[in-house]
Ligand binder design. Sequence first.
Ligand code: FES
Length: 450
Amino acid sequence: MYSPKIVAFLCTWCSYAGADLAGTGRNQYPPNIRVIRIPCSGRINPIYIIKALLEGADGVLVSGCHPGDCHYLVGNYFARRRFVVLKKLLTTAGFDADRVQFTWVSASEGARFADVIKAVSEKVAAASREDGSSVLLSSSDVHDKAQARHRERPPVFPNAQKARQSNCPPVLHELISHCKSLLENGTVDAVVGFRAGGETGLSLPCIITSPEDADKLVWNDRCVPNLSGYLCDREGRTAIVAKPCDARAVVNLIAENQLKRENVYIIGMVCDGMTGDNAAPLPCCLECTVRIAPVCDVLIGNPDDVDGIPVQSRSEKDVHDAPLADFTSERFADEMSKCILCFSCRQSCYGCYCKTCFIDRGEPDWQTASPDTGAKMLYHLGRAMHLAGRCVECGACENACASGVDIRYLIRETTSFIHDTYEYRTGMDIETKPAMLTYKTDDSEIGFLE
Ligand code: FES
């Protein structure tokens, strides 16, 4: 049998001591593991695991203290959610689920440690290719299946089209007069909204600070960019013209302490979906089920105009998603081949607000100089993991990508997994803690080693 290389991250307070005990107790186990001692399983950044796989490890094991026994009380509870979601992400991207293993081993479980290493070695060996040529699954009919997922765009949104044809629809009147009064009576210092765009017709972000300038605001089916990121560094109280996805992003930024609720005035817009340059609906809007801002200070538009059912009917969506189950690896490789690492997805994403992105950090140096496939995978998987439980499905990443990379499918899979597993949907209410920033002591251990 192939002898795999396995990187084992072991918590120093329990599993590392368990490994010691296995040694002193002369419990035999395969010599495949390379141990990295860590202070707590909660300190494991998922990027370490992704990087290990992409750098040639056949498998990765993370072992910490049993739930309830963490030296830092709750580190492993947070880690457990992270690992469950990471495994889902990796399998969606095409990694064999058996390559990444998580478990708990205490300092007194030397014999269990040996058993764990035996089991992990067998699973990873079975999942490995002897030539180590690829960490991805293989399949033959890449091209046929890639063709199959090209989308048929349905006709344009009827209501949005109407709004675009009208120079000053009633909704825009209402928006402008509301913004004027907010600025006149000093409720806010500025309004972040949209103004008429350039040749492409895309409405552009603008910041209005005087009531006279409020007439420059527009509202139409080309108000595509997510504006929430413009709020983060502002002083004073700012109003935002918020599509439902923008409003959800604002709520999540508040939950992550990037904004204060009292500094934001949310003008929720009833949204019938946005369209692209060719007047076809944007893919994210086809799937969107949140057409009314879930949290807002004022709602503009008629909620009766929309019903929350995705424009793309359920049956059409199922057809589109069906092939994912059996060719995710090819899809991932296909999408990676288009990426040129321009980072426009990151720049346009409301959730990517770190001053220095992990991929730009020098220590450790995550990024290689050339845009090879490994670097692209590391970036996209790392970013997808950062967005787990934070994506508001605004589609800004795919709208900004000049190469047409549809990496949102990965994020969408983890988003719906988190919804199903932890009953959490990002930015839907101001009270609920984001799924990855909390835990339950009885959280399920999906995909963990028995
Ligand atoms: Fe061991 Fe936290 S100290 S998992």
